[in-house]
Design a protein around this ligand. Structure first.
Ligand code: HEC
Ligand code: HEC
Ligand code: HEC
Ligand code: HEC
Length: 233
């Protein structure tokens, strides 16, 4: 009975958002993703992205702020010119809202999973479904199902919306609020995707079982999967 109810609820939760928010799936937050992807979650928690909101606090990163002509004594945690890149889905459906607890139930006060993988309201249920299908029928699900549900596979573009959002960068359509940390402030802020995606700014990679198949395969997938760790039982 319990299982039956869960199935019914699962089906409902799939059907409702698909109709209500087909155009723009809602952000669900890190904690929903890490219920299943705990290993990526643990690794991500140690990255600068997971702590990005702290940099907005008064007294944090004083020297860096001075160099970028920001006021180190100012509290920027509710500043709309900052939250778009230091939190997840600021101003969007289900995303971070000014003044809410950054580490709250959805932990949106971070550069979280969905900052790179896309708002999860539409695709997160597809993941569990695909795993079940693989186990039951040995069949993989087309990856384009995920794209249709709002999952992002163009990581380079996602990084760029934060790292290259300043005037004169390579990002097409850069618009304010811009990042204050540009190569003009310090050469170390120059963003090169091919280098950056291979640093400890990203979570570690774990072996996938192949629940999904077909395009779009992320450019770095094969390389990362070659050295990916086994998920502990
Ligand atoms: C109900 C459990 C569950 C939830 C919740 C979930 N996932 Fe997944 N996810 C899976 C499973 C299972 C797979 C398939 C893994 C495999 O093939 O080994 C997967 C696959 C993926 C993949 C790889 C897809 C591909 O191209 O093959 C990414 C990236 C991912 N999940 C990110 C996320 C993010 C981000 C969230 C939160 C918005 C999330 N997942 C929520 C279970 C889940
Ligand atoms: C939502 C905005 C956002 C996205 C998307 C994003 N980043 Fe970042 N990234 C940040 C912020 C903000 C910081 C600074 C964190 C802090 O406050 O210290 C950062 C820091 C970094 C750093 C420096 C880390 C360190 O340890 O000093 C690297 C490298 C990096 N990101 C790479 C990437 C890559 C690669 C991608 C895409 C796969 C990406 N980022 C996507 C906002 C973003
Ligand atoms: C368009 C996206 C964007 C906006 C808007 C933005 N940031 Fe950031 N911020 C970044 C990125 C990306 C980094 C990481 C730069 C790197 O390490 O290459 C960063 C890094 C930082 C850092 C750490 C720098 C370091 O060297 O450790 C601080 C502090 C910071 N931002 C504060 C702010 C404040 C305050 C605001 C608002 C006035 C703001 N940011 C607005 C994207 C943004
Ligand atoms: C800064 C961007 C960024 C953030 C934040 C991020 N990821 Fe990823 N993720 C990537 C990239 C890049 C890959 C490697 C490309 C691929 O295989 O899809 C990846 C791969 C994955 C995969 C495929 C298997 C693996 O381990 O490589 C899963 C599952 C996943 N991420 C889940 C998550 C979850 C859960 C979170 C949050 C706790 C998260 N990611 C946060 C960029 C990010």
């Amino acid at each position: 009975m319990k299982r039956f109810l869960l199935t019914v609820l699962g089906t409902l939760s799939l059907a409702v958002p698909a109709i209500a928010t087909a155009a723009e799936p809602a952000y669900v937050g890190v904690k929903t993703c890490t219920k299943c992807h705990d290993v990526q979650g643990e690794s991500w928690a140690g990255t600068a992205h997971a702590k990005a909101f702290d940099s907005l606090k008064a007294g944090a990163k004083t020297d860096e702020k001075k160099k970028a002509k920001l006021d180190p004594a100012k509290d920027y945690t509710k500043d709309k010119d900052c939250m778009g890149c230091h939190a997840t889905g600021f101003g969007k459906a289900g995303g971070f809202a000014a003044g809410t607890e950054p580490g709250g139930a959805k932990a949106l006060g971070t550069v979280g999973c969905e900052s790179c993988h896309g708002a999860g309201g539409g695709y997160r249920d597809e993941h569990g479904k695909a795993e079940k299908k693989l186990k039951k029928d040995g069949q993989a699900t087309p990856r384009k199902t995920l794209v249709a549900a709002g999952q992002n596979f163009d990581y380079e573009r996602a990084c760029g919306t934060c790292h290259l959002n300043y005037q004169g960068s390579a990002l097409k359509g850069a618009k304010p609020p811009h990042t204050p940390f540009t190569p003009a402030v310090d050469a170390k802020y120059k963003f090169e995707y091919d280098k950056a995606v291979r640093t400890k700014a990203l979570h570690e990679h774990y072996k996938l079982k192949g629940s999904f198949e077909g395009e779009p395969v992320p450019k770095v997938r094969a390389e990362f999967q070659k050295t990916a760790k086994d998920i502990p039982e």
